[in-house]
Design a protein around this ligand. Structure first.
Ligand code: LLP
Length: 420
């Protein structure tokens, strides 16, 4: 459920007609709805309300816009970060360091030191090597890094292979059959307080079954570690809940997820953490774009060429992902078309042979469900600028990230004097 709906035949973000934003800010532009973000946050929190004080650490990678993080901070969310840059953003949005979890396989020495200095709540260690390094960094600072060991449960999440993270061949976590042994070795290290386990098997999951399998396996490791005398106080169950990208598509509900978690983790006696990203931000954003022209197809369907491209929204080119595409002011007419951007490669295609609202040059349209992994994955390919972001709140709206013009990117480049 989201707050992008039609009123008087015109698509609105909450109470704001999208044409108004296009007029003032130009296109392409990402538009987020505060009410939708808040609703998703509340539904997710409500689904976990039976648990004892869970930490909901919003996965910043899905949408790290400062204003978006701020909305979620005000809902009591913490943050899951995967780089020094994301850590800075979470802190800048007012999330307390204690509520920040730092994940990722390639944390640098600098990122570890900065995280320890900031007092981060938890580092999710992804390898034995990383664990020893984090311990060394902590000890050298006279500090203790709070940590959990991320386990790779070797479970197929049943999602796109590029966003699957819990199979044995993926780079994430330590192999589950070695988890106890690695935990034991790291737990003796000064500079480290290894206090729990973490798991995250992938993103855009359309079934709860693989999650249940992974959590059950995690529960066995917890039992094994406790039997060996270790103290386990924390378990981080990651993110991954899928969202509908097509009208009518049904995904597991947060309530069903919460009920499954409560059942599987009963008796664990730990503080649970969660790292939801897409389920919070995905349907809270659209990419608003204008049709540049409609070109007759060489071989059938016409090309609707829009001013957004794969550099602005990479998901279709990268994962073959589907985003619903609707006109901002639809007539009743339909057309079958290929939706493409202006970039000079065939991969810059949003959809082929799609049944869409009939569009002409100058018309506005949106790609829906673009709030997660949209603006944050943008690039400046083909020397295009970085797309701006707007947040709507009822009948007011604001630019929450300025468009970065190609000239600004050019200004950061230099020709060395030996090329003058
Ligand atoms: N925690 C960890 C450790 C993660 O790696 C991820 C996502 C999340 C949480 C959040 O997962 P979510 O709840 O959003 O599914 N760019 C891809 C998605 C990459 C996901 C990476 N990790 C896409 O556009 O589909």
């Amino acid at each position: 459920m989201d707050h992008f709906t039609f009123a008087d035949g015109v698509l609105h973000a909450e109470d704001v007609p999208l044409a108004e934003i296009a007029e003032v800010v130009g296109t392409p532009v990402y538009v987020y709805s505060r009410a939708t973000l808040e609703r998703h946050a509340q539904v997710f929190a409500e689904a976990l309300s039976g648990l004892d004080n869970p930490l909901i650490a919003y996965a910043l990678k899905s949408n790290p816009n400062l204003a978006v993080i701020r909305v979620l901070q005000r809902q009591g969310f913490g943050a899951d970060v995967v780089s020094g840059g994301e850590m800075q953003r979470a802190l800048a949005a007012g999330i307390s360091a204690q509520d920040i979890v730092f994940s990722g396989v390639g944390k640098t020495h600098r990122e570890m030191a900065d995280g320890i200095a900031a007092g981060l709540g938890q580092f999710n260690i992804e390898s034995e090597e990383e664990g020893f390094e984090l311990a060394r960094v902590g000890a050298s600072m006279g500090a203790t890094a709070q940590a959990a060991l991320r386990v790779n449960p070797d479970v197929d999440a049943g999602t796109h292979e590029k966003i699957s993270t819990g199979k044995a061949e993926n780079k994430f976590g330590v192999p589950i059959h070695r988890a106890s042994e690695i935990f034991a070795r790291l737990s003796g290290e000064p500079g480290l307080n290894l206090r729990g386990l973490a798991v995250h098997i992938g993103s855009q999951l359309s079934s709860l079954d693989p999650l249940e399998t992974a959590f059950t396996k995690l529960g066995s490791v917890i039992a094994e570690l406790r039997a060996a005398g270790h103290t386990i106080t924390h378990a981080d169950l990651g993110g991954g809940l899928g969202v509908p990208y097509r009208e009518g598509e049904v995904m597991p509900s947060p309530a069903d997820y919460g009920a499954m978690v409560a059942r599987v983790t009963k008796g664990w006696q730990v503080r649970l953490a969660f790292e939801p990203g897409r389920v919070i931000s995905g349907n809270a954003g659209v990419l608003l774009t204008r049709v540049v022209r409609v070109k007759r197809g060489g071989n059938g369907d016409p090309f609707v060429i829009v001013d957004a491209a794969m550099n602005d929204l990479a998901r279709p080119a990268m994962y073959g992902a589907w985003h619903d595409f609707v006109a901002v002011e639809p007539s009743c007419e339909r057309m079958t078309a290929n939706i493409v951007g202006p970039i000079c490669e065939t991969g810059d295609t949003f959809a082929m042979g799609r049944d869409i609202d009939a569009l002409e040059a100058g018309d506005l349209a949106v790609f829906r469900t673009a709030g997660a992994y949209g603006a944050t994955m943008a690039s400046s390919y083909n020397s295009r600028g970085f797309v701006p972001e707007v947040m709507v709140d009822g009948d007011k709206w604001a630019i929450v990230a300025e468009r970065i013009e190609p000239a600004a990117i050019l200004a950061a480049e230099k020709v060395p004097d030996w090329l003058e």
